[in-house]
Write a protein that binds this ligand. Structure first.
Ligand SMILES: *Cc1c(COP(=O)(O)O)cnc(C)c1O
Length: 431
């Protein structure tokens, strides 16, 4: 499989190079030259296959021959090594819980797959690999966990001091070994700016191969198809509409790729919070990036969604013929909070703020379509967001991994939000 740049200036590259480069030089995004359509008999077999076999079948065409079948199978096995249950909430709304992985968020799937691909490819390189990530909470934990213990790879995480939740901070700071965590006196935007400067700094690249692990990398994006197919395997009844809480729109576009490949689905809803650049696009026809608005579903606080160009590519290539219906909506914080309270009171289910955005969007959508069924993606465990306890008075059942985290020691390096200090530290500590 070759990957072209959505800006069409850089030349197409293999899966390996798309993973190692992350982003094409022309600043577009990599996109597969063809969608790997799955034959009906292959899809039929998914109903009785293991999750790892499904994952392997789905991703193999996108990897081409760059990883042997054996190794790819191993990578798939450890990527989907946890549960993806469907939990019925109301008569016609079901949650697809994606928070049973190591850091209790769906990003574990992409991060795990990507880290193993990068580990696989960098085995053969002569320099060590340093992964630099800025995080507002969820990404950093998933990436750190994915790369934890990987040979020849060091991970540097930058997070804004005092602005991530307690559990997120513990997930970021208690791993140690090859994971170095910088607690930055500044905002997420400061962290991101520092990470970008470091990645572009030639003087850091002499002794190491520097890379980011952000969501635009195809090795993080494409494996997100896995759980849509796993949901299909476990789903019975009429075709569902799928509602996806969206920030950078990587998750929903992965679902759309799966649909283009043959996933039976009635339609998609991309549910945004107050950061409504994409819903507005579908009204006005113009994409107008805006400064980020802080909300309680903060992992979706994105003012300029990077995967939007992939969404356009999907629509323009008419690979979306399988997507009967696509809607993008925006939900306010007040509506999110009200939904969390109502669903807790009426159905006894604890939504995290991101899942709540998708739930309400879905509920509204199917209320006009009597008899239809829907699935929403519950993208993170409620315990990761301090607001859940403030709103509902409880986190519900807390996974045992969280109690274990509480016993661990925090290791972070506090640092000012200026590139000079970070560079000095990188040169002294790692490079
Ligand atoms: C990252 C994230 C999202 C948004 O996913 P995108 O692929 O960026 O649209 C939604 N919910 C949670 C909990 C997240 O961490």
């Amino acid at each position: 499989m070759q990957y072209f740049s959505t800006n069409h200036k850089s030349s197409p590259v293999s899966f390996r190079n798309a993973v190692l480069n992350g982003q094409p030089d022309d600043k577009g995004l990599y996109f597969p030259t063809t969608i790997a359509k799955l034959a009906d008999d292959v899809i039929g077999k998914f109903k009785t296959q293991s999750n790892e076999d499904i994952a392997f079948e789905v991703i193999k065409p996108y990897v081409g021959g760059d990883i042997s079948d054996n190794d790819l199978h191993d990578i798939c096995r450890s990527t989907v090594s946890f549960d993806f249950p469907l939990v019925k909430i109301t008569e016609n709304i079901t949650a697809l819980e994606l928070f049973h992985g190591p850091t209790l968020a769906f990003k574990d799937v992409g991060a795990k797959f990507m880290s193993q691909c990068l580990g696989h490819f960098s085995d053969k390189a002569s320099k060590k690999t340093v992964v630099i990530v800025a995080t507002s909470g969820d990404t950093g934990g998933a990436v750190a966990n994915g790369f934890y213990g990987a040979e020849g790879v060091d991970v540097v995480i930058l997070y804004p001091k005092g602005r991530v939740s307690r559990i997120q901070e513990l997930q970021l700071t208690t791993l140690g070994h090859n994971v170095i965590t910088l607690e930055v006196h500044g905002t997420f935007d400061d962290c991101q700016a520092i990470a970008k400067t470091a990645l572009a700094d030639e003087s850091l690249k002499k002794n190491a191969f520097l890379t980011s692990a952000n969501s635009i990398n195809v090795a993080r994006w494409l494996p997100q198809q896995f759980y849509y197919w796993i949901a299909y395997k476990n789903w019975e009844g009429q075709l569902p509409v799928i509602s996806v809480p969206s920030g950078n729109f990587g998750n929903v576009t992965a679902g759309m790729i799966a649909a283009a490949a043959g996933l039976p689905v009635d339609g998609f809803i991309a549910a945004s919070n107050a950061n409504d650049v994409v819903p507005r696009y579908f009204v006005t026809g113009n994409l107008e990036p805006k400064p980020t608005i802080p909300t309680i579903s903060n992992a979706m606080d994105v003012g300029n969604p990077s995967n939007f160009v992939r969404m356009l590519e999907l629509f323009e290539n008419s690979v979306s013929e399988n997507i009967k219906d696509f809607t993008a909506v925006s939900i306010t914080d007040q509506e999110t909070t009200d939904t969390m309270k109502r669903v807790f009171d009426e159905n006894g289910y604890i939504l995290d703020p991101h899942g709540a955005v998708a739930f309400l969007a879905l509920e509204r959508h199917i209320s006009n379509r009597p008899g239809s069924q829907g699935i929403f993606l519950e993208t993170a465990h409620p315990v990761k967001f301090d607001s859940v306890k403030e709103i509902l008075g409880t986190f519900g059942e807390v996974p045992s991994s969280v109690a274990e985290l509480e016993t661990k020691e925090k290791h972070s390096i506090e640092i000012n939000a200026d590139y000079g200090s970070v560079k000095e530290l990188l040169l002294n500590k790692i490079l």
